[in-house]
Design a protein around this ligand. Structure first.
Ligand code: GUN
Length: 289
């Protein structure tokens, strides 16, 4: 039985936001430029509205300009592409984020492909995905970046460790695998079709849950002492009524087995916006340099 440590992403993200804010102050003093982040929200998805509000608040708190475009769900793809073209050309906008998911009548890949890669602070453009894959400087997706920061803070060097990423999305699983490879991990991407998933997970020194299925990864799948990063945020019904948030990992079962684990909420979640702020400053620096 090992003692399972909690990885406090909320505290780490607060520290990162403070470091970004002081770097923004220094950048402004040196250049006279205030980094600007444009966020585009189409439609009224309530979870997206909450994210966008938090992003706006934390962008301003970090000393940057937040430019919000809230468009109705009936917005056409052509209208959205025209807005992105205008933001690409706007010199006070250094970062552009189009909140996903988009309404069904809009082709998300076509929209993401229109964003200037230099302003693509989500790192979703194929140019940034490709640059990451071949080891060039890239804007890197925020959630994977946050996961690797937490891992390096906890473990120091990740070199030679077995990492299993459960989930193969373009937003988390694939870019996270690339980042872990860059850290010299031996990386496996597992998914819903993986044969004997529990056995694959039990190989992992670093186990990442990024499938979006509540508590799918059980305690018995975790190698004793492993570091577990839970990216899932799933809302489930409580037996007595109401809802609660759970991750992709059965958190209670992991106690006494995992060496360390991120909680949900308060683990990876807060790192995403903190990394977005860092990417916005990076994008602004590169556009001036
Ligand atoms: N929807 C959920 N997470 C994200 C994210 O990191 N970026 C964008 N653009 N949309 C999201």
């Amino acid at each position: 039985m090992v003692e399972t440590r909690l990885i406090d992403g909320k505290a780490f993200a607060e520290g990162l936001r403070k470091r970004v804010a002081s770097d923004v102050t220094a950048f402004h003093a040196a250049t006279g430029v205030t980094p600007g982040l444009a966020v585009v929200l189409v439609g009224e998805d309530p979870a997206s509205a909450v994210y966008v509000r938090n992003k706006g608040k934390q962008t301003v708190e970090a000393g940057m300009a937040s430019i919000e475009h809230k468009l109705p769900a009936t917005t056409t793809q052509a209208e959205l592409l025209a807005l992105i073209a205008a933001l690409n050309a706007e010199k006070d906008v250094h970062g552009i984020l189009v909140q996903l998911p988009l309404p069904g009548h809009i082709d998300a890949q076509a929209v993401l492909a229109t964003i200037d890669p230099a302003k693509d602070v989500d790192g979703f453009h194929v140019v940034n995905a490709g640059r990451l894959a071949v080891g060039l400087d890239a804007l890197v997706p925020c959630t994977p970046l946050g996961c690797v920061m937490l891992l390096k803070d906890r473990l120091g060097s990740l070199s030679g460790l077995e990492a299993v990423v459960v989930g193969r999305s373009n937003i988390v699983g694939k870019p996270l695998a690339q980042l872990l490879l860059r850290e010299d991990c031996t990386v496996t991407i597992a998914h819903s079709r993986t044969r004997d998933l529990p056995e694959v997970c039990r190989r992992a020194d670093i186990l990442i849950g990024a499938v979006g299925r509540p508590e799918m990864i059980r305690g018995a799948w975790i190698k004793p002492g492993a570091t577990v990063i839970d990216v899932g945020i799933n809302r489930v019904d409580k037996p007595g009524g109401g809802t609660r948030l759970v991750g992709d990992v059965a958190f209670d079962e992991a106690q006494g087995i995992a060496g360390a684990i991120t909680p949900v909420p308060g683990g990876v979640g807060p790192m995403t916006i903190a990394c977005l702020l860092q990417n916005t400053l990076t994008a602004a620096r590169r556009q001036l340099g």
